[in-house]
Design a protein around this ligand. Structure first.
Ligand SMILES: *[C@@H]1O[C@H](CO)[C@@H](O)[C@H](O)[C@H]1NC(C)=O
Ligand SMILES: *[C@@H]1O[C@H](CO)[C@@H](O)[C@H](O)[C@H]1NC(C)=O
Ligand SMILES: *[C@@H]1O[C@H](CO)[C@@H](O)[C@H](O)[C@H]1NC(C)=O
Length: 676
C-alpha cells in the first residue's frame, strides 16, 4: 500500500507542473523489445518520472522511442544492461529539435487571411479563424460546421467543401494526437488548396467530391502541446483520474474498444479512456459522422510520423473483406506520394506495419458505418528519432505529396468501383418508353448511371449505355435505366442530370444515334470507343452546343468534314485514335479556342496527337500536308462558303438599309428645323 502511494506521489510533479516543459539535455532513445521480460520492464517505465514515450510499448517485437531525462539516464543505462536491451541514442538534446521547430515562427496572433502562414505551425485559434475567414470568402461552395466542444470548451470546427450535393464524399480528420502538428498543418493547407487552387486537376476533385475536413480535433491537447509540453499526446480531460490528465482519443472509439494496444491506466499515453467515447472530442466527431457517413467513400485520419499508410484492422492481422482493394489503393496512393518528392512510405494493415492499436477512428468507421476505405496517414518525420518534430520548411512539401497521394487514391478507388452509388439506393423503373411496339425498329438504350471521370469535365454523373437493338431508323427511341436516389435532395436524379454518355464496345452501332438530345438535354461529353461508326457530320453534334469532349477511338471513320464542330465552340478534347481517316476538311480545329487535346494517332493519313495549345499549329500544318480533303469534302466547303457569302451579303444589305433610313430621318429633322 505504502509503495503504491509512493508510486503515485511520483506523478505529482508532472501533474501540477504547469510550467513550460523543457527538454534540455534529455536524450531521445530508440530500443527494441524482444521478449516478454523486456516488455514488462519497458512498460513499467511508463509510470515513472523522467521517461516520456514517443512510441509506447504495446507488444513484444516492436521498436519503442522514448525521451529520457538527464537525471534518469544512468538508471536507464543500468536497466538496459541488466536486461540485455539494445538501444541507440538519437540525440543528446531533444530540446534542440523543438527550438528549431518554432525558430521560424515569425508572426503570432495574427488572424487575417493575408498574414496567415501555411508554412508555419499555428495556434488552434489562428487555425479556426483562418478556416472561418477562408470559408466566408468562398461561401458559394463551402460551409463551416461545428461538431461540438472540447473538454475545456473550445469549439471544434470543420469545413465542408462541396460544389454539388450529389457528389460522393471524402472525410478527413486531423491532429487527434496533440503533438502530431504536421497533421493539422497539412489539413489546413489542403483546405486552402481546395478553396483557391486554379490547378485543373485540383479543381476536378473539388468539382466532383464533397470534402469534410476537421483539421484539428484535439483542440485542448494541441494547445497544451503548443504552449506547455511539446510531447503531449492525449486530450486534457480530468474525469478519469484526479492525478493524470487526458485519454488517448485514438484508443477511445467504440469499436473493439480496449482490445489490445491500449491501456486502462490513466497515466499512460495510450489510456483508452474510462469508457468508449468518454472524450467529448471523439464523441462529437462520430455524432457528426453519423449525419454524413452515407455519402463518405473514403475516411482519412491524419497522423505522424512513421511515413506509412495504414488500413484496418488495428487490433488484428485478420484481413478485412476488401483487403485486396485496400492494398491496391494504398499501393497507388504511395506510388504517387513518392513520385512527388521521393519520400519513402510503407503501407499495410496497422498491426503488420506498426503495432496493435484498438479503438481507433478508422476501425470505427469501417466496423460500424461500413466505410470500406478507411486509412490512417502517418506523415513525414524529419529524420528517424525526431518523430513529431518536423521543421516548418517541410510542411508544404509534406502537404503536396499527401495531396498527390489522395488524388491517386481516389482515382484507384473509382477504378475499383467505390464511387458508384450503393445498389440498395436505386430502384428499377423505366424512364422513357416510346412506342414499345416499335422496339425492334429503333435504337434501344440501357443506361447504367454513375459518376465517372472525364478528362475535360472531371467527375460527372454519366450514362454508360448498352445498345440493345438498332435498326435503320436512326432515332433513339427507348432508354431504360435506374437512376440513383439522392439522399440530400430526396429525389432520384434524372436524365437532365446526365452530363456525359459513353457507348463503348457496342459492335452493332454503326452511326451516331439521332435524338439523344431529346432524352439527355445537357450532355457535354461522348465516348463511342470501339463501336463501328463510319461517318460523322456537324448535324450529329449540333444539338450539343456546350460539348467539351468527344471520343471515337477505334471506329471506322474515314473523313472529318471541315464544319464538323462548327456548332461546338467549347470543345476541349477530341479523340479519333485508331480510325481509318484519310481526308480532313480545312480549318476543322482552327476556331476552337479551348481545344488543346487532339488525338489522331493510328489513322491512314496521319498518326499524331497533341496535349497542349502550343502544338496546335504544327498539327494543323501536318493535316494540310497529309490529309487533303476529298472531292466530296471540298465541294461541301465551297458550298458552305457560297452560303456564307450569300448570308454575309444579306446582313450587309440590311445594315445599309438601316443606315439609309437613319439618314432619311436626319434629313427630315433638318428640313423641319429650317422651316421653323
Ligand atoms: C496540378 O496538381 C497536380 C496534383 O497536385 C500536380 O500533379 C500537377 O503537376 C499540377 N499541375 C500544374 C500545372 O501545376
Ligand atoms: C453495416 O453492415 C452491416 C452488415 O451488413 C449491417 O448490419 C449494418 O447495419 C451496416 N451499418 C450501417 C450503418 O449501415
Ligand atoms: C414506329 O416507328 C415508325 C418509324 O419511326 C413511326 O413512323 C411509327 O409511327 C411508329 N409506330 C408507333 C406505333 O409508334
Amino acid at each position: 500500500m505504502v509503495l503504491k502511494i509512493l508510486k503515485f506521489l511520483f506523478f505529482l510533479p508532472l501533474i501540477f507542473a504547469f510550467d513550460v516543459a523543457n527538454y534540455r539535455n534529455h536524450k531521445a532513445i530508440v530500443l527494441k523489445i524482444e521478449n516478454e521480460n523486456q516488455f514488462n520492464l519497458v512498460k513499467s517505465l511508463e509510470f515513472k518520472q523522467g521517461y516520456r514515450f514517443w512510441i509506447s510499448p504495446v507488444q513484444v517485437n516492436m521498436k519503442v522511442e522514448m525521451v529520457v531525462s538527464p537525471q534518469t539516464y544512468l538508471e536507464f543505462q543500468e536497466l538496459a544492461e541488466d536486461n540485455k536491451i539494445e538501444y541507440q541514442v538519437l540525440t543528446e538534446d531533444v530540446q534542440s529539435w523543438f527550438d528549431d521547430e518554432k525558430a521560424t515562427k515569425t508572426r503570432k496572433g495574427s488572424k487575417d487571411i493575408e498574414n496567415f502562414a501555411l508554412d508555419q505551425y499555428n495556434t488552434f485559434d489562428e487555425i479556426m479563424a483562418f478556416i472561418t475567414e477562408m470559408q466566408a470568402t468562398h461561401s458559394e461552395f463551402s460551409e463551416i460546421f461545428t461538431i461540438g466542444k472540447s473538454f475545456e470548451g473550445r469549439e471544434i470546427k470543420g469545413i465542408k467543401i462541396s460544389k454539388n450535393e450529389n457528389n460522393p464524399a471524402v472525410f478527413i480528420e486531423a491532429n487527434i494526437h496533440a503533438r502530431e502538428w504536421i497533421s493539422s498543418a497539412t489539413a489546413v493547407w489542403l483546405i486552402n488548396e481546395f478553396l483557391t487552387s486554379t490547378n485543373e486537376t485540383v479543381r476536378e476533385v473539388v468539382d466532383g467530391i464533397t470534402w469534410y475536413i476537421v483539421p484539428l480535433l484535439n483542440a485542448d491537447g494541441y494547445e497544451y502541446a503548443y504552449n506547455y509540453d511539446r510531447l503531449w499526446r492525449k486530450t486534457r480531460s480530468t474525469h478519469a483520474s484526479l492525478l493524470c490528465y487526458g485519454a488517448d482519443p485514438n484508443r477511445n472509439f467504440g469499436y473493439h474498444w480496449m482490445n489490445g494496444g491500449a491501456s486502462a491506466v490513466a497515466c499512460t499515453d495510450t489510456f483508452a479512456g474510462k469508457a468508449p467515447f468518454s472524450e467529448p472530442e471523439t464523441k462529437a466527431l462520430m455524432d457528426f459522422y453519423a449525419t454524413v457517413y452515407e455519402k463518405v467513400k473514403i475516411f482519412l485520419s491524419f497522423h505522424s510520423a512513421t511515413q506509412a499508410l495504414l488500413y484496418p484492422w488495428g487490433d488484428t492481422l485478420s484481413p478485412t473483406q476488401n483487403v485486396n482493394d485496400l492494398r491496391a489503393i494504398a499501393d497507388a496512393a504511395i506510388n504517387a506520394l513518392t513520385a512527388r518528392h521521393g519520400t519513402d512510405y510503407v503501407f499495410g494493415n496497422t498491426v503488420e506495419v506498426l503495432y496493435v492499436a484498438s479503438g481507433t477512428s478508422p476501425d470505427y468507421v469501417y466496423g460500424v458505418y461500413n466505410t470500406s476505405l478507411a486509412y490512417t496517414y502517418e506523415m513525414r518525420h524529419a529524420n528517424v528519432g525526431s518523430r513529431f518534430v518536423l521543421p516548418p520548411e517541410q510542411i508544404i512539401p509534406n502537404a503536396e505529396e499527401i495531396l498527390e497521394s489522395i488524388m491517386a487514391m481516389i482515382a484507384k478507388a473509382k477504378e475499383l468501383g467505390y464511387f458508384k452509388m450503393s445498389q440498395l439506393k436505386t430502384v428499377s423503373f423505366i424512364i422513357f418508353t416510346f412506342s414499345l411496339l416499335n422496339i425492334t425498329k429503333s435504337i434501344n438504350f440501357h443506361c447504367t448511371f454513375f459518376d465517372e471521370r472525364w478528362t475535360a469535365l472531371g467527375i460527372v454523373y454519366s450514362c454508360e449505355a448498352e445498345v440493345k437493338s438498332v435498326t435503320k431508323t436512326k432515332n433513339l427511341e427507348v432508354v431504360v435505366g435506374n437512376h440513383q436516389y439522392n439522399t440530400e435532395a430526396e429525389r432520384f436524379l434524372s436524365n437532365d442530370d446526365i452530363k456525359a454518355i459513353s457507348i463503348r464496345e457496342q459492335r452493332n452501332l454503326n452511326y451516331f444515334p439521332e435524338g439523344i438530345d431529346k432524352f439527355f438535354r445537357h450532355v457535354l461529353a461522348f465516348d463511342f470507343e470501339g463501336c463501328q461508326i463510319s461517318e460523322v457530320s456537324s448535324k450529329d453534334f449540333a444539338p450539343f452546343h456546350n460539348l467539351k469532349e468527344i471520343s471515337f477511338v477505334s471506329n471506322k471513320i474515314t473523313e472529318l468534314p471541315h464544319n464538323l464542330f462548327k456548332n461546338n465552340p467549347h470543345l476541349i478534347k477530341v479523340d479519333f485514335e485508331d480510325n481509318w481517316i484519310k481526308h480532313i476538311g480545312h480549318e476543322i480545329f482552327t476556331h476552337h479556342k479551348n481545344l488543346n487535346q487532339i488525338n489522331l494517332v493510328d489513322n491512314v493519313c496521319i498518326s499524331s496527337r497533341i496535349l497542349r495549345k502550343s502544338e496546335k499549329s504544327q498539327l494543323i500544318y501536318d493535316i494540310m500536308v497529309n490529309c487533303p480533303p476529298s472531292l466530296k469534302l471540298l465541294e461541301n466547303e465551297i458550298l458552305d462558303s457560297e452560303r456564307f457569302k450569300t448570308e454575309f451579303l444579306k446582313i450587309e444589305e440590311e445594315k445599309i438599309n438601316q443606315l439609309k433610313s437613319q439618314i432619311e430621318e436626319i434629313e427630315r429633322k433638318i428640313r423641319e428645323m429650317i422651316e421653323e
